[in-house]
Design a protein around this ligand. Structure first.
Ligand code: F6R
Ligand code: MG
Ligand code: MG
Length: 364
């Protein structure tokens, strides 16, 4: 019997503007997922949030892209959105692009990351969930976990990781994908995934046996809706230990709060701050962007845990650095590279300004 881990997430409304979701929404999700667990569709689940996004971490035995599981997630978010509307929460139902389910949650607004595997004797699985950023935010940390020997000692000194990993990369603009092997094709891989707005790591496999190692939600909300309706705050599932990066090798990349796009109005670069669940409240200039990390054991498809990875005071320095970087970036105000380049901004007044000035522009 194989176990499936599905994280399906959505922003269905929040308090204090786009800051934090409401407990009543999580209660509604809990009600729906509890029923599904009683009926046997789910084996287990854990509900958390990063800022205004609700993350439903679900385990079951139905495989990935299962229609019933996806419908459950969709119905749950629809019901939560009704609660949000009743409370007049901000952005109530904002990520739900359609009110009728059509077989798969992909393309309907919520983000999803899923993987199916045969459980080992003991199977540690990590959930990393972000707010106020985009799927490409995981490119750098995932590269570090699975391809950078200066992060992951096991790549060098553990024979079970030494063969390297395959990276499946999505081109989210042209809607195509490519698989690249590390370490052999490392430089080519980096040439792509350095463009975080376009090339996004979707899945990672261990080369020696093609075993799934990581999966990311890559749904680009803004591209799907054809207009801005919120950043596609991503989640990642990462397997760990005994042939995969150790737990601490999966969290280590986040000790460097790298710059990601998102933050205020989805239009600014800022540091990705690793925080505990309690501190997943991005309020300073609607940010800075956050990531939480939860460490579970998956046991007969049940979720044991979690450990709140970034509650560890050893990440205090990363948070202090992130605050310093936030101060520095903020002083640029509306200038690049704090503000994103024009074609990547989610909000822009530029076409209107150009139109207004059209008659006043002169050839030089
Ligand atoms: C970023 C985000 C917020 C909003 C901002 C303006 O992902 O959600 O920064 O973009 O609060 O929101 P509106 O346009 O709804 O007033
Ligand atoms: Mg929101
Ligand atoms: Mg969000």
């Amino acid at each position: 019997m194989k176990t499936t881990v599905s994280i399906i997430k959505a922003d269905i409304g929040s308090v204090g503007g786009h800051a934090v979701t409401h407990q009543k929404l999580k209660d509604k999700c809990n009600e729906y997922l509890s029923n599904a667990k009683e009926e046997g569709l789910l084996t287990d689940f854990y509900i958390t949030n990063c800022g205004d996004d609700i993350d439903m971490i679900m385990t079951h035995t139905n495989g990935t892209d299962n229609e019933e599981v996806h419908k459950l997630a969709f119905d749950t978010f629809m019901a939560g959105a009704e609660v949000a509307k009743g409370l007049k929460l901000y952005g109530a139902g904002q990520d739900l692009l359609s009110d009728t389910f059509s077989g798969n949650i992909k393309g309907m607004g919520p983000g999803s990351a899923e993987m199916e595997f045969k459980e080992r004797g003991s199977d540690p699985v990590f959930a990393y969930c972000c707010d106020k950023t985009e799927p490409g935010a995981f490119n750098l940390p995932l590269f570090r976990m699975f391809a950078d020997p200066f992060n992951t000692a096991g790549l060098v000194i553990d024979p079970s990781l030494h063969g390297g990993f395959d990276f499946e990369v999505y081109d989210v603009i042209e809607n195509r994908k490519v698989v690249m092997s590390c370490p052999d094709e490392m430089y080519d891989l980096l040439a792509l995934i350095g463009s975080t707005g376009r090339y996004v790591i979707k899945r990672i496999f261990r080369r020696s046996d093609n075993e799934i190692a990581a999966a990311v939600s890559t749904d680009k909300l803004n591209l799907m809706a054809g207009k801005y309706i919120g950043k596609d705050d991503p989640v990642a599932i990462v397997r760990s230990q005994s042939g995969f990066p150790a737990g601490g090798e999966t969290s280590e990349p986040f000790a460097f709060p790298h710059l990601v796009s998102g933050w205020m109005r989805g239009s600014h670069n800022g540091p990705l701050m690793p925080v505990s669940q309690a501190d997943a409240r991005p309020v300073r200039f609607d940010g800075p962007p956050r990531v939480i990390g939860l460490g579970f054991q998956v046991s007969e498809a049940k979720l044991i845990g979690p450990v709140d990875m970034f509650a560890d005071p050893a990440f205090d320095d990363a948070r202090n650095t992130a605050t310093k970087v936030a101060n520095y970036m903020r002083r640029h105000g509306p200038f690049e590279p704090h503000r994103l380049p024009a074609d990547e901004m989610e909000y822009t007044s530029l076409p209107g300004v150009l139109e207004k000035l059209e008659d006043r522009f002169e050839d030089m």
